[in-house]
Design a protein around this ligand. Structure first.
Ligand SMILES: [Zn+2]
Length: 217
């Protein structure tokens, strides 16, 4: 019964979400957040590129529209357009880098998702096995409890109390077999009178040293 209870406890501790599963799920969340952050950066830069482009086309419209003829004014407008073109090139380069980073983050997220799927499959399989082990152990334990009840019903109350006390004091082993005149529990040589009493089987006889209940086969 103690073995079955210990095994059952181990199984029950393993039931439920594993650390690996929780960590894998967290990894997916983290990578999704990382992708979303780069996506947002990309949208911001795209918006900036649009702004600069429309500003530039406005400037160029004025520059080549023919309405402005003053050379100094035209030179100023040309300079402004050049500045905008340089800004545009920088932003477009930035955008290309971001697109590469988005792809990298997408691949990393995909990898984490696949890893999570594998972990989940394995975990589900393990949980299934654990659940059936639990069921088996519970059945085994119920059978043992029933058997213990039947057996203890046939034992005198004082002997049963002695048995339970000794079981606690002697690491679960309350009974020892007599082997070649020795106590099988503590290996001491038993006095002849004790051996004779144990062989007679009339009453419960305890080892003189470890106090375990002796039995002779
Ligand atoms: Zn003994």
């Amino acid at each position: 019964m103690e073995d079955a209870e210990a095994s059952l406890m181990v199984v029950e501790e393993q039931l439920g979400e594993s650390e690996e599963l929780i960590a894998s799920r967290q990894a997916v969340e983290d990578r999704r957040d990382a992708l979303e952050a780069v996506n947002k950066q990309q949208r911001d830069v795209e918006w900036q590129v649009d702004e600069i482009r429309s500003h530039l086309s406005e400037e160029e419209g004025k520059l080549y529209g023919g309405s402005v003829r003053n050379p100094k004014e035209l030179a100023g407008m040309q300079e402004e357009a050049d500045i905008l073109k340089r800004q545009l090139r920088r932003r477009e380069d930035e955008l290309l880098d971001l697109m590469v980073r988005v792809e990298e983050k997408q691949a990393a997220l995909q990898e984490a998702k696949e890893s999570l799927a594998a972990v989940e499959d394995r975990w589900r399989q393990e949980q299934k096995e654990l659940a059936s082990r639990k069921e088996r152990l519970e059945g085994e334990l119920a059978g043992l409890q029933e058997r213990r009840k039947q057996q203890s019903d046939q034992v005198e109350a004082r002997v049963l109390a002695l048995y339970d006390t000794l079981r606690q004091r002697r690491q679960g082993m309350a009974v020892a077999k007599v082997e070649r005149g020795m106590c099988g529990g503590c290996r001491i040589s038993l006095p002849m009178t004790v051996l004779q009493k144990a062989r007679s089987g009339f009453d419960v006889v305890q080892c003189v040293s470890c106090e375990r209940i002796l039995y002779v086969s």
